[in-house]
Design a protein around this ligand. Sequence first.
Ligand code: FEO
Length: 392
Amino acid sequence: MNKVTLAEGVYWVGVIDWNIRNFHDYSTRVGTTYNAYLVVDEKIALIDTVKAPFYNEMLARVKQIVEPEKIDYVISNHVEMDHSGSLPMAMKDARNARLFTQAKFGEGGLRKTFHADWPFETVKEGSELSLGKRKIVFIPTPMLHWPDSMCSYLVEDKILFSMDAFGQHIAHSSRFDDEIGLDIIMPEATKYYANILMPFGDLIVKAVDKLGGLDIGMIAPSHGVIWRSHIKDIVNAYASWGRGDMKSKALVIYDTMWGSTEKMAHALADGVMSENVETRLYNLTKSDKSDIIKEVLDTRLLLVGSPTLNNGLFPSVADFLCYLKGLRPKGKIGAAFGSHGWAGGAVKAIEQELGQAGVELVESGLDFKFVPEPEEIRKCVDFGRTIAKKAK
Ligand code: FEO
């Protein structure tokens, strides 16, 4: 087991979860890591833990450096189980440690989760913890990812332990950005932001402003690789995603029962493409929704289609729209389409869901009966052409 050093006396003691393929309904095809860190000074601090089944692996890494009873402080930057899940074991092994957590929601969240009476120390904006020659400053970053979330900034080493922010779900043998390359990291960082942090764009902009005031030499997130050579790249990307920057780009997202809604989807895409707008088409049975959400992030136009089943949405479309609604995408325009047999309902339901997701409906939906006739296919192409102009 290699010791991973971020700076003198600062170590990665996390674990690699090579085989996770679903992280609360987000497809993690290349696994992830749960990053915990150990800072050894006159006092010793453990920053976060790992998902419970991986505790022994984390403990082995800690023991390479110090015996756990020597740990003075355990810092819980976030209550969620992927980082706090090992606290019951860690607080038993680090039996002399006090537990630092955010004042407003951290202690309450941890008590409600673990029903344990640990020696809590609550911190708020600007609270400091001296480790001897260096100190940690706490920076609450509410909603990145939960209300309790905070970053810990190790001042002298200029290391920001950024919690979920700036993370990526990547399992890799290397720990640092320059050992892997942006071509591998950025697609995963984008997917992570889109699926986890997209609803909090305004808060991201504020957090990036706030963190921009720090002298940051390294960003050590709680998932994936540690940023030391491409800090500007990831911070600028977060600023852009937080603002909701988009391209003139369209997604045609649909499912189909007997092929009619699919015919409409292809005709719509033809119309949009004829206006030279970048277009992607996704059948929801064949594509993964968290991959589609990654594409939603920088897309202006969403065209969503469903056949009518039992007077309502096809289940895969309902699932996608429910997921989209929770992620509250910013600044999108869209429209609905679909085919129905004896009775309709899906197009209206899509419009309702898109409206609730904050998507501005710029055209009334296209709703055809049974198999679209050539004239109706022409209407789809024209519809695509017309709506594409609004996405430019
Ligand atoms: Fe990685 Fe919000 O936990």
